[in-house]
Design a protein around this ligand. Sequence first.
Ligand SMILES: [Fe+2]
Ligand SMILES: [Fe+2]
Length: 217
Amino acid sequence: MPIMTERQLSTIDRLLIQADRALRTLTRDTQSPGRPSPAAEVPEGDLDSGQRRHAAGLMRVNHSGEVCAQALYQGQALTAKLPQVRGEMEAAAAEEIDHLAWCEQRLRQLDSSPSVLNPLWYGMSFALGAGAGLVGDRVSLGFVAATEDQVCQHLRGHLQTLPAADNKSRAVVEQMLVDEAKHGQTALEAGGLRFPAPVRGLMRLVSKAMTKTSYRI
Ligand SMILES: [Fe+2]
Ligand SMILES: [Fe+2]
């Protein structure tokens, strides 16, 4: 058997670690949240079947958003240099794991399941995250900031349209909103570029495609 150099081993190691992370993101019950769900202590509301379906649709969209967030941070970690703020980005990525697990738990409570399209969203977001990191740290951080900003807009919209009695989903979304706003701010303060309006417009279009489809499937 040929002897592998340290460099070859570390490339294979990195690929295996990445494959493991992708599989964990895309399979159920494999992520342990660092914080308990904000919904844990909140009593289940009285929802009819239509309201449960609507709440599940919104939480499925949020879950897909968290799959994208995982992929984005994992792509960034692979290519961006981030000498000063790697620790902060890793802390943000860890909070995204909490969000992913909380959304998955809530979907299960609503007798529903994550989107079948998640592998597609994961692949796209990973490529975008890694691509932005290759261009440079400021673009990479700017991409995180613009994405988090968009997620905040979605979450605010969901708080308006979630069934009034669904306090469990609301508790999850409210904490996510606090965390995402912090992530976006951190990325900007770390030197992230403010993306011009046309780029943000394009990102909105892509995220609309994701939210429309993940709501249903
Ligand atoms: Fe998140
Ligand atoms: Fe975030």
